[in-house]
Ligand binder design. Structure first.
Ligand SMILES: O=C(O)c1ccc[n+]([C@@H]2O[C@H](COP(=O)([O-])O)[C@@H](O)[C@H]2O)c1
Ligand SMILES: Cc1cc2nc[nH]c2cc1C
Length: 343
């Protein structure tokens, strides 16, 4: 992917060059919105969502090719018993996604969303972050580049999700490194750890941050040292979506940690993203608040695999359909509210 400089330089260049919102598309959207058969503003956040689609699609908002991308990876840190489940569940669930048996399959079917699963070298867990880097720079950058490939099918809305036993521990390490604070602020039950398990996760994160101390000022170094393959691929996919003007819906705690790497590089880097839900993992709301992001849904979910983002995509599809398909006051011969103040 790189012919000059270090692999991370190419990523930094993409962040520097990322496009802004299309204000002409936003103006056109607002003009049409005002003509639709409803009191102004009455669709609340749906009107914000259709405006967000217009801004980042750069055209009249429409969702015709929505895609849910789920990235799966394995983690050396899983050897410390940080998950309630064994590492082999990552590959087993990847097979379940392929067979159509997982929750994400049903949600995608419900809202007519495309689904692609990306296995990221599941037989090669990343390094144990408590005593080594998860990845070398080349692997991290190449995995980000691999994540960018999700744009190849030209989706017009991209939902970002993941699967990886142990990844709430690495996500907590990433967030602690990016945003600071005690590890205990960022760890949680994950797949179902009890208090002792959560304490073990905090100790592992603490050890990782101590091991990598002095090397965590650069967000890409945070990703490579204490992140994981699926986090790198998600960060790459989110960045490539920005470059190619595709709005993104981010899933739960782990996907948010990947997005936060880009936020730490430039707080505007997630302007094309909506956060689909806030998961039950306690660090998720904390991370969203750090980035001033308001999640769409709060359903007490903590599954991952893109489920919260896919549910939110159903709402985003409805927002686009209302904007694109509703009749105007003139078309429907509905009397608009009286203008002026003489009543
Ligand atoms: O994204 C979330 O909010 C979330 C919260 C709890 C668990 N998960 C999922 O559970 C797995 C990680 O949990 P753990 O306990 O193995 O670290 C991984 O496959 C995630 O998709 C995901
Ligand atoms: C069964 C199972 C399903 C999942 N889907 C996403 N993460 C998961 C973790 C487990 C353990």
């Amino acid at each position: 992917m790189s012919i000059t400089g270090l692999p991370f330089d190419d990523i930094r260049e993409l962040v520097r060059r990322m496009p802004g919102p299309d204000m002409a598309a936003v103006r056109a959207k607002r003009e049409r919105e005002a003509t639709l058969t409803k009191p102004a503003g009455s669709l609340g956040r749906l009107e914000e969502l259709s405006e967000w689609l217009a801004a980042w699609q750069g055209r009249a908002p429409a969702v015709r090719r929505p895609l849910v991308a789920v990235f799966a990876g394995n983690h050396g840190v899983a050897r410390h018993g940080v998950s309630a489940f064994p590492a082999e569940v990552t590959a087993q669930m990847a097979a379940n996604f392929a067979a159509g048996g997982a929750a994400i399959n049903q949600i995608c079917a419900t809202f007519d969303l495309g689904l692609k699963i990306y296995d990221l070298a599941l037989e090669l867990p990343t390094g144990d972050i408590s005593e080594e880097a998860a990845m070398d720079e080349r692997t991290c950058a190449a995995t980000m580049a691999f994540g960018m490939e999700v744009l190849a099918g030209e989706p017009d809305l991209l939902c970002i999700g993941e699967m990886g036993i142990g990844n709430t521990t690495v996500a907590a390490a990433v967030l602690a490194a990016l945003f600071g604070g005690e590890p205990a602020l960022w760890v949680g039950p994950g797949t179902g750890q009890d208090a002792a398990g959560v304490a073990r996760k905090a100790a592992v994160v603490e050890k990782a941050l101590a091991f990598h101390a002095g090397h965590l000022a650069d967000p890409l170094e945070v990703l490579r040292r204490v992140g994981g393959r699926e986090l790198a691929a998600m960060a790459g996919a989110i960045l490539a979506a920005r470059t190619q003007r595709v709005p993104v819906i981010v899933d739960g705690f782990v996907a948010t940690a990947a997005a936060a790497v880009l936020y730490a590089m430039d707080p505007a880097a997630l302007d094309h993203c909506v956060f689909g839900h806030v998961s039950a993992e306690p660090g998720h709301m904390r991370a969203l608040e750090r980035m001033d992001k308001v999640p769409l849904l709060a359903l007490g979910m903590r599954l991952g695999e893109g489920t919260g983002a896919a549910l939110a995509a159903g709402i985003v599809k409805a927002a686009a359909a209302c904007h694109g398909g509703m009749a105007t006051f003139e078309q429907a011969a509905v009397t608009n509210r009286a203008e002026g103040s003489h009543h």
